[in-house]
Design a binder for this molecule. Structure first.
Ligand code: EPZ
Length: 434
């Protein structure tokens, strides 16, 4: 198993490049299954989750090539040949590795009218239900049965039909999954309280490019007018907004006052106003110029309390990273998580490094120390964003921080240690035994 060993205190300066969005890449791969031919997707991140989902697609009979394996000239291109789909299943041993495999339910129903998909497990911070996905499919006319931990879904004679569906709460995954199935249903589907995240918008734009009739993307009401079939397409994935936010926070805590970190290949609008406004309130200056965000280090970070909520609210996937930034702020702040019930597994680890955070139900109170360094030690990753928050803490901690179980990190950050080392950080990957 791997860990990252970070020697704290080096200044973070120079340039960091943002890769393709993980949470958009996965639904784009599911959409490719709807096209009866060869689809090509560019700007794909080279991440474990993409390799896992490629294996999920291969189970159906689709041919999938991911160019980092053999073509250095197009390192970020993925090709899906979905000409012949002959197996309508997403098996447990793959779905358990990655919850987004559950998109196969909508993709197989939309393409073939049937699906047998393993229920995804929970994760470190909660049960992660899929009731909204299943209710949506039933509303489209699918017959849903449970069989030994699998969802068995079948469209009625004549195929799925349009429906008027309301999601409560707003759900990125359920919105995407139902759009996959509704794109080829008979008639019109209206989704109320639909997710407006950029991941959903870009995914919807790929469906449109494939011939789907989708409107309302980026709003909470999405309308899909079913078409007979979708065509394969060549499409570009968008940059990863969570990677961008993570690097902006890294600069705030580890770039020396007056020096700059230049973040390239970004799409700042995808962060949403709440995050950008909160970041401005910390007093850490940043300039946006097209796809480049330049952050300037400061002496003092102002404490700013935040509450996560669906887009354009503060992204829950940046909540853990923000708590690290607030440990370095000049005063107290609160971090309220409204999307998940218990996404604070990183807090005990940060407190072991000397942070002063207290969890009270779904709120974390952080007593900032105005730049007082944390102490490096062994810390345990529990999920992707908790893991990266511990790496951020390691950047500024005294001594060495050993971030264990970085397989969590590898799911969502491509070559993070290489990128950070290129911007001045003393970080190495090491194998270890638990
Ligand atoms: C997506 O997860 C992302 N994952 C998550 O990012 C992200 O945190 C989340 O959206 C919220 O933005 C991917 O895109 C692969 P949801 P998803 O359905 O779709 C409840 C990361 O770190 N809910 O929007 O699973 C659910 O419990 C990951 O990259 C139901 O109640 O999230 C949660 O409280 C972590 N019933 C809320 O909705 C359902 O059927 C939002 O979840 C589905 C969800």
């Amino acid at each position: 198993m791997d860990k990252l060993v970070i020697k704290g205190g080096n200044p973070l300066r120079g340039r960091l490049h943002v890769g393709g969005s993980k949470n958009t890449a996965l639904p784009l791969m599911a959409a490719a299954l709807l096209g009866d031919g060869v689809s090509t997707i560019h700007n794909m991140p080279v991440l474990q989750d993409v390799y896992t989902f490629a294996n999920v697609l291969r189970v159906t009979g689709a041919r999938v090539e991911f160019r980092p394996d053999f073509d250095a000239n197009t390192p970020d291109t993925l090709v899906v040949d979905a000409s012949s789909i002959n197996h309508f299943e997403a098996p447990y041993d793959l779905v358990k590795q990655m919850r987004a495999s559950f998109y196969m339910l909508g993709a197989l129903l939309g393409r073939c009218g049937q699906a047998r998909v393993s229920l995804p497990g929970g994760c470190a911070w909660g049960p992660r239900p899929v009731d909204l996905h299943l209710k949506g499919m039933e509303a489209l006319g699918a017959n849903i049965e449970m069989d030994q931990g699998y969802v068995v879904a079948e469209a009625p004679e004549g195929g799925l039909h349009g429906a008027h569906i309301r999601f409560e709460p707003s759900s990125v995954g359920a919105t995407i999954n139902v759009m996959l199935a509704a794109s080829t249903a008979n008639g019109t589907t209206v989704l109320d309280n639909a997710a407006a995240e950029p991941d959903v918008v870009v995914f919807g734009e790929m469906l449109q490019a494939m011939g789907a009739k989708v409107s309302g993307l980026g709003t909470t009401t999405i309308t899909i007018e079913g078409v007979d079939k979708l065509s394969p397409v060549e499409f570009n994935n968008c940059p990863d907004r969570i990677e961008l936010g993570t690097y902006m926070i890294a600069a705030a805590i580890a770039t020396p006052a007056g020096e700059e970190l230049v973040i390239t290949g970004a799409e700042p609008d995808h962060l949403g106003d709440d995050f950008l406004n909160a970041f401005r309130k910390t007093g850490v200056p940043f300039e946006i110029d097209g796809d480049t965000v330049t952050v300037t280090g400061v002496e003092t970070i102002q404490p700013v309390s935040i509450t996560t909520s669906p887009y354009p609210g503060f992204p829950t996937d940046l909540q853990a990273q923000w708590s690290v930034m607030m440990t370095q702020a000049n005063g107290a702040s609160s971090i309220t998580e409204t999307v998940y019930s218990d996404r604070f597994k990183h807090i005990p680890e940060l407190n072991r490094m000397g942070a002063a955070c207290r969890v009270d139900d779904h709120v974390v109170m952080v007593q900032g120390k105005n730049g007082t360094a944390l102490q490096g030690t062994n810390v345990m990753s529990t999920d992707l964003r908790a893991s990266v928050s511990l790496v951020l803490a390691g950047l500024i901690a005294e001594g060495e921080t050993h971030v264990l179980r970085v397989y969590h990190l590898d799911r969502g950050y491509e070559n993070l240690e290489g990128k950070l080392a290129g911007a001045g950080i003393d970080v190495r990957r090491e194998e270890y035994q638990e």
